[in-house]
Each structure stands twice: as C-alpha cells, then as structure tokens.
Design a protein around this ligand. Structure first.
Ligand SMILES: O=C(O)CCC(=O)C(=O)O
Ligand SMILES: [Fe+2]
Length: 275
C-alpha cells in the first residue's frame, strides 16, 4: 500500500533513458549511464548563477536514513521574498494515488503555490543541489510553497512514490518559510528520540519535561516532532540503496492550532534502483 503522496509532476516525460550512441552522436558513453528528459515541472541543469554568500548550520539526526536538521537554510530576506511571490498563486493542495489527483481536505488541508524561478528561487535550488554534492543524476522538482491556516494539516505519508520504475523522489527538504503558529510541527512517528543531553535537539524538537526517574529516562522513545521554526529546514533521504523507500520517513504535518504556517517543499528526483 503506497498511501497518498503530494501530487506528482508528469512522470511520463521524466523517464530515465539508457543513453545510446546513436541518440547522442558519435562520442561513446559508458553503458548504463542515464539521462533525464525533463518537463517544465522538473528543473534542468542551469546556466551558472552567482548567488550571495549564505551560511547555515547542520545537525545530523540520523545517518541511516540520512536526516539532517539545517538551521538558517533560508535568510529572512529569502523567506520574505518567497511569501511575497507565493501570495497570488496559492491554490488548494491535492493528493495523488498515482492514477488520480484530487482535493481531499481530510488528508491534506493546505494551499500550494508553484513559484516562479526568479534569481532568489534559483539560488535556493542551487543551495539544495550544493547540499547534495551536485549529484549529477538528480533533478529538483519546481519549488512549491505550502500554506496552512488554522486546522491545516497533512496526514502521515511518504514523499517517495514508488509509482515508477524509472525515477523517484530521492530526497526532501521541508523548509519552514513562516511559522507564526501553535501546533503545525512535522512528526516522524517511526524515528527514535535522540539523546537530548547531546546536541541542541530540544531547540528543534518537541521535548518532554525532564524525567526524574532515571530508568524511565534511559528508555528510547519512538516518535519525534520538529517544531516549525522560520528559516530552518529538515532534509532527509527517501530511498534505500536497494531502491526501496525508507519506512522511517513516514511523516505528517500536524494540525495548525492557531495562526498559520508556510512551508517550502524541495524534492529531488533521481533514478530508481528498484528492480
Ligand atoms: O508541513 C509539514 O510539516 C509537512 C509537509 C509535507 O510533508 C509535504 O508537503 O509533503
Ligand atoms: Fe511530506
């Protein structure tokens, strides 16, 4: 059972084709190399772009699957800009089962804006590709902001689709662009709580009160919730090396109880290793 995923770009034009010499002229390429054919919802390699210096802090939550918390992924000017360019584009979010795409507010209650690729946005795309080591085999899906009002939420789901043998969403950046809200955390019920005595996890995760019972405190607790903190991001890898999705990445956008939250989805597509 795949469950619901955020509406997918048109897959049929994003097919990883084995490169053949006849298609690409005479220069021979090694067998097994692949190339993506892109449509307007996936971003092709770009002309070089000069981006202002930007720095962020990283905190590794897990190595397998790789999950990294990124402080200051966006500057406050970038967040402001993303909010501005999204305003007149927000439309009700959809969910997709693979075959069908529909609005289902019991599953996903929010609005999404497919944003234009101006220079600020392209520098954010560059940052996301740079973070992933400029992997030549991945392509970023057109960026979308997502706005949740009171009661807005997204039930537990995977970001990977499993729908195509050729390509999948190999990684996710969940970026908090605005977070003037109560509630609205991003919950991963299948991830264990890290040792909160090490690192600054309670700055970023919902933490329980200190437990005086030493035995109780030692037990590993399952389930973590990232607080929505403006400018910060959670990065995770969706796919195992064998091509299956990581079940640990099952996650939800918890209901916003008060106020509103704006997220930014950065999804990278890469060749599927499924057989
Ligand atoms: O808003 C969140 O916290 C999660 C959003 C999400 O999982 C998604 O858009 O795929
Ligand atoms: Fe998600």
């Amino acid at each position: 059972m795949l469950g619901y995923i955020a509406a997918l770009p048109l897959l049929y034009v994003f097919v990883y084709l084995p490169i053949s010499n006849s298609y690409f002229g005479t220069s021979p390429r090694p067998q097994g190399q692949h190339v993506a054919i892109l449509n307007s919802s996936l971003i092709a390699d770009d002309v070089p772009l000069s981006c202002p210096h930007h720095s962020y802090n990283t905190h590794i939550l897990s190595q397998e699957p790789l999950i990294v918390y990124i402080e200051n992924f966006l500057s406050s000017d970038e967040s402001k800009h993303l909010i501005e360019i999204s305003q007149d584009k927000f439309a009700p979010s959809t969910v997709s089962t693979g075959a069908e795409t529909s609005i289902q507010k019991d599953i996903r209650h929010s609005e999404v804006a497919l944003i234009d690729r101006d220079d600020v946005v392209r520098c954010i795309e560059h940052r996301a590709r740079d973070f992933q080591g400029w992997r030549p085999d991945i392509h970023i899906e057109r960026l979308r902001t997502q706005r949740y009002g009171e009661g807005g939420h997204y039930v537990h789901h995977y970001d990977w689709s499993g729908a195509s043998r050729e390509a999948d969403r190999v990684s996710t950046f969940m970026v908090y662009v605005d977070a003037q809200c109560e509630g609205g955390g991003t919950e991963f019920p299948r991830l264990p709580m890290p040792d909160t005595r090490k690192g600054r996890w309670c700055d970023f995760l919902e933490c329980e009160e200190e437990n005086d019972d030493a035995e109780e405190a030692k037990k590993t607790k399952m389930g973590i919730t990232f607080k929505p903190i403006k400018g910060n991001a959670v990065y995770w890898e969706n796919m195992r090396p064998d091509g299956r999705g990581y079940e640990e990445t099952w996650h939800a956008g918890l209901p916003v109880k008060l106020g509103s939250k704006i997220g930014l989805n950065i999804w990278s597509w890469g060749p599927s290793r499924r057989r």
